[in-house]
Design a protein around this ligand. Structure first.
Ligand SMILES: Cc1cc2nc3c(=O)[nH]c(=O)nc-3n(C[C@H](O)[C@H](O)[C@H](O)COP(=O)(O)O)c2cc1C
Length: 184
């Protein structure tokens, strides 16, 4: 199966990208892609009718996917604009986009003790509007994120590694079951 991992940040010290890096071994039997959402233009109806190639390529990747896993920080009690912009592009045509029935799952992280809980709640609400298939599970939030890495941004907190592995395993199973349901 093919999975898309979407990060909510792209700076050189991105914890979200570092967590995505740590998730890769858990998808070893599958193909994964990590689109550079920071390169997408801001959604505008004027260009939506004649989509730039980069948007066409992004939508094709989503269309071929069997599941999308989001990993994002919280920005001002919500999700970063770069992620919302990507979802806006992917969400058209309304209720019949590439996101319809797409298995989606979420990981949020923050330095704070809240772990991006508000961003996660907003993501669910936003994805709900697209008729995506939300992976209901123990919510995966990482609190105190700055304490889980070493200097090379490798996760050294084995409890977090185990929780991430369990989350990915659950999501892969959820996505497999969803595609089995569609095939029958
Ligand atoms: C513009 C901005 C807004 C932020 N707002 C919040 C917030 O509302 N809640 C929170 O817990 N952290 C907030 N933070 C902190 C980041 O979410 C946090 O440091 C996170 O770990 C950064 O993840 P990243 O390295 O993937 O970008 C904010 C950071 C920025 C730059």
């Amino acid at each position: 199966m093919q999975f898309i991992l979407l990060s909510g940040s792209f700076h050189s010290n991105s914890r979200s990208l570092a967590i995505i890096e740590a998730l890769k071994p858990f998808f070893d039997e599958h193909t994964i892609k990590v689109p550079q959402l920071n390169e997408l233009p801001i959604y505008c109806e004027d260009i939506a009718s004649d989509k730039p190639t980069i948007i066409g390529d992004f939508l094709s990747e989503l269309e071929a996917a069997h599941g999308i896993l989001f990993c994002t920080p919280e920005y001002n009690h919500s999700i970063p604009a770069v992620l919302k912009n990507a979802i806006d592009w992917a969400s058209r045509p309304a209720f019949n986009s590439v996101l319809k029935n797409m298995p989606v799952s979420f990981i949020t992280q923050a330095a704070s003790p809240v772990g991006g809980a508000r961003a996660q709640a907003h993501l669910k609400l936003i994805l709900d509007s697209t008729l995506a298939d939300i992976h209901i599970c123990h919510e995966m939030m990482i609190t105190g994120v700055d304490k889980i890495f070493d200097q090379e941004m490798t996760i050294t907190d084995q409890n977090v590694v185990r929780r991430l592995e369990r989350h990915v395993e659950g999501f892969i199973k959820f996505s497999e079951e969803r595609f089995k349901r569609t095939d029958t």
